[in-house]
Structure formats: structure tokens, C-alpha cells
Design a protein around this ligand. Sequence first.
Ligand SMILES: [Zn+2]
Ligand SMILES: [Zn+2]
Length: 184
Amino acid sequence: MESGATTHTQLVERAKRHAKTVALPIDYSMVSWEVSERARRRAGQCLYNARTGAVTIRLTWAAFEAYGWEQFSGVVRHELVHAWEFQQFGESNHGRRFTKKAREVDAPCSCERFTDGRLTLSCTEERCEWRAERHRASTVVTNPGRYRCGACQSRLVVTHVASGKSWQSEAGYERARKRIDDEW
Ligand SMILES: [Zn+2]
Ligand SMILES: [Zn+2]
């Protein structure tokens, strides 16, 4: 698919250009970029080969299409923080060092798990992996404060995938719903 390949190249070029504007001391000669058509559950991924020092940043095409560039650029910055940690410390996770750096470059602090659903429910506890998808505004979506995480009992956060808006209460839902308006 020629047009697809061209578009993938464009996404990588855009991500590379964006990376240059992000204030992180990364050796880009050791970073390669890929676009995944198959990945469905992560918006992006950063891989590291400890033996060679090579870093690979893999961007999920479906996530870019669903988010649009504005939101997706946050995914790029998130993966760059991983690349920086790998190069500086030989390891990377979502710990304090990561969170601090992610905030500095305005990147989301957790690996965004991408979904085809319109709405996602996830746990507010950073280390908890629990999540679920919803397509309609059920009670847990409109009033998440009444529910708890199925895995650890922490509070839930609902995210409207297309707009990136999220809320944890009924009032928060009402406000987000108004702002999202036509895009809902
Ligand atoms: Zn991550
Ligand atoms: Zn949880």
C-alpha cells in the first residue's frame, strides 16, 4: 500500500521534527522509529536493546488516527522520556524520575493504552493496570464516583477517547459533556 507507506513516513517525520523541539538530551543517532499497524492496545512503545544501546520508538497508527496529532504528540513525548531514561540509566519504568521528567515536557505520565472504544474506564492508582472500554454513557460513565476499580478498589477515571477529556464524578461528567458537545 503505497499511500499508507507514505503516510507512515510522514508520521515518523513529524514525530522526529517534534522530538527536536522537546528539551531532552537524547542521542538520536541511536534512536530508530517505526509505525505499527497491528498494535491495538498501546498508543506507543519504546524498546531498548541493552547490549547495543539501540532504542526503538514504535508509534501505533490506529492511535494516531483516533487521537489526531495534538493528542498523539503527547504519546511521542511520553516515549521520548522512556528513550531518555534508557539512554541515561539503562532502564525505564513509570517511577518518580519518569513522572518528574514527563511533567517537565508536558507528556502523559502513564503509557497510554489505546482502545477502539469511545470511552475508557481506568483506575486512578498509577500502578494498577485495570481498565475497561465503554461505547455508551452508562451510569459508570456518567457517575464514576459511585464505583470502584475492579482490581484494587481505587477510584475510577473515565476518558472520552476522541477529545481526551476525563472526569471522576457526575459533576465532572456534566462539565466534560458540555465542552465535548458535538464531538460526543
Ligand atoms: Zn510508558
Ligand atoms: Zn485499580
